[in-house]
Each structure stands twice: as structure tokens, then as C-alpha cells.
Design a protein around this ligand. Structure first.
Ligand code: BTN
Length: 272
């Protein structure tokens, strides 16, 4: 069971005072410790949490990353939170949420780290100066009691100073790149504002701008990349051409242009 309630967490009160959103973060539950904010948010969603509800924790005992990996974050230094979404998008277009969130995160990080630059490693890692500072985990229930529910889980490394050896040379935080402590409450309030803005753009005439903005930041665009796909050997190598309008990766391989819907990219001669 998760411990404590929203009022116990100073971060929650600070964020609530700063929020300028219509829906995102208006319902906000904070916990000192949970297993995973994604799990807590899914339970709350099943109990009827409105769209935009947010669960944040200072520490996750069993934070989850993509591909069954763990997400490890030092307690009280970072942002580990999940947003309840109830999109009206059909399943093949749910990946667009990843695009919208990636841009929202990249822009928010840059607002605190300029002139440093962010990029997005397909599908949903945000890099700062080429090192990963943020990961996302989307988990969905397509036919749940309240229709399609997506839990957008975000782990943003804010003030963490050290990382386990396995992540050395790959992971970073805003503090490590700027040398400055970054206050988490205004950062989260701004991030929730941009998340709401870009999420609400999905399905409108302006949606194409999200794809363009994502491609402008796409890590490795125009370079040769290796794509590793679970259960698919050997890895596929090709030139990164961009993404499709549903967020799939376009590569020019030895067999010509191909589109990939899942996998992880690794750029030749880099950590990624
Ligand atoms: C990845 O890069 O592999 C995705 C990491 C996602 C981590 C976040 S932290 C908040 C939310 N709760 C989790 O258990 N995971 C996500």
C-alpha cells in the first residue's frame, strides 16, 4: 500500500500554488513512497480519477522503465510522476501522446538550462547535451471500466548528482549539466502546463506541428543508426529519415526505406 496523502508533501502544495493549467495537476496526489507512480495512478484512474490527475512520489520502491528495466532515482531530488489521460485517439494513434510529451519535456528542460540544448531519442528519451535526463513510460488499458486510459509516467532527473556505474556516461541531470540546483515545483508546474497544451493539440489542425517539432529535435536525424528491437536479431542499421505522422521511425536501410513501430535506437559511435 502507498503511504501518506497529498497534503503531507510540501512539493505538492508548492506546485498547486503555481499551476496555470485547466486540468493537468488540478487533482494531485503526492506520496513520500510508492511502488510505482504508474501503478498508483492506474488504480486511481480505475476509481474514476479525472483526466489530468497526477500522482507524484518522492521515492519509488519499484519504479519501472521501458523493456522491463528498473527506473532508479535518488529520493527527493527528482521528478517521478504519472498523469492520467483518457484520450479519444484510436489505438494506432496513441503513440502521438509520446511525441507531445517529449516536446513538452524538452522545451521545459531548455527553459531551465539554456543555452544548453535538448534532443529526443526515439521514441521517448529526452537528452540534454546528448545525455539522457528524462524517460517516459506509457501504459494503457484499452477497454477499462472508463474506456481508454493511458498512464503517462515521467522520470526527470533534476538535482541528482551521481548515478549508478551502469548509467555512467549515459545519464545526467539538470544540475549536473548546469551546475545549478533547479527548484522542482516551478519546473513541474511549467511542465504540466506544456503537457496540457501539447496534449490538447492532438486531434486538431495544429497536430502536424507536433510531428515537425519532434523531428527538429530528433536525435540522429540524417545520421546512420542501429535499431535494436526486442526479439529481433540482428539489429537493423540505416539512415534516420524522420518519423511518420503516427510517430513511427523512418530509416533508409539496405533494403530501402522502412518504418519501425518499436525498438530502441543506438547511434553509431555514441553511447546511444
Ligand atoms: C525509461 O526511460 O525506460 C522510462 C522511465 C520511466 C520512469 C517513470 S518515473 C514515474 C513513472 N513511474 C514508473 O514506475 N515509471 C515512470
Amino acid at each position: 500500500m502507498s503511504q501518506a496523502t497529498s497534503s503531507a508533501l510540501p512539493l505538492v502544495r508548492e506546485v498547486q500554488a503555481l499551476l496555470r493549467t485547466r486540468r493537468f495537476g488540478k487533482a494531485l496526489r503526492g506520496y513520500p513512497t510508492v511502488d510505482s507512480t504508474n501503478t498508483t495512478a492506474m488504480h486511481w484512474a480505475n476509481d474514476g480519477a479525472p483526466e489530468g490527475s497526477v500522482v507524484i512520489a518522492e521515492y519509488q520502491r519499484a519504479g519501472r522503465g521501458r523493456h522491463g528495466r528498473a527506473w532508479l532515482a535518488t529520493p527527493g531530488q527528482n521528478l517521478t510522476f504519472s498523469v492520467v489521460l483518457r484520450p479519444s485517439l484510436p489505438p494506432p494513434r496513441l503513440n502521438l501522446i509520446t511525441l507531445a510529451a517529449s516536446i513538452a519535456i524538452a522545451e521545459t528542460v531548455e527553459a531551465y538550462t539554456a543555452p544548453l540544448t535538448t534532443s529526443i531519442k526515439w521514441p521517448n528519451d529526452v537528452l540534454l547535451e546528448g545525455y539522457k535526463c528524462c524517460g517516459m513510460l506509457l501504459e494503457s488499458t484499452l477497454a477499462g471500466p472508463t474506456g481508454t486510459t493511458v498512464i503517462l509516467g515521467i522520470g526527470l532527473n533534476v538535482n541528482q548528482r551521481t548515478f549508478p556505474t551502469a548509467f555512467e556516461g549515459r545519464a545526467t541531470s539538470l544540475l549536473l549539466q548546469t551546475g545549478q540546483h533547479v527548484p522542482r515545483a516551478p519546473l513541474l508546474a511549467e511542465l504540466l502546463g506544456r503537457l496540457e497544451q501539447y496534449y490538447e493539440t492532438l486531434g486538431t489542425d495544429d497536430e502536424a506541428e507536433i510531428r515537425r517539432a519532434y523531428e527538429r529535435r530528433l536525435h540522429g536525424l540524417g545520421r546512420t543508426t542501429t535499431l535494436c528491437m526486442a526479439g529481433h536479431e540482428p539489429p537493423i542499421t540505416g539512415l534516420v529519415l524522420g518519423i511518420t505522422d503516427t510517430g513511427a521511425l523512418r530509416l533508409h536501410t539496405d533494403d530501402g526505406p522502412r518504418t519501425f513501430h518499436a525498438g530502441e535506437i543506438r547511434l553509431a559511435n555514441t553511447f546511444y
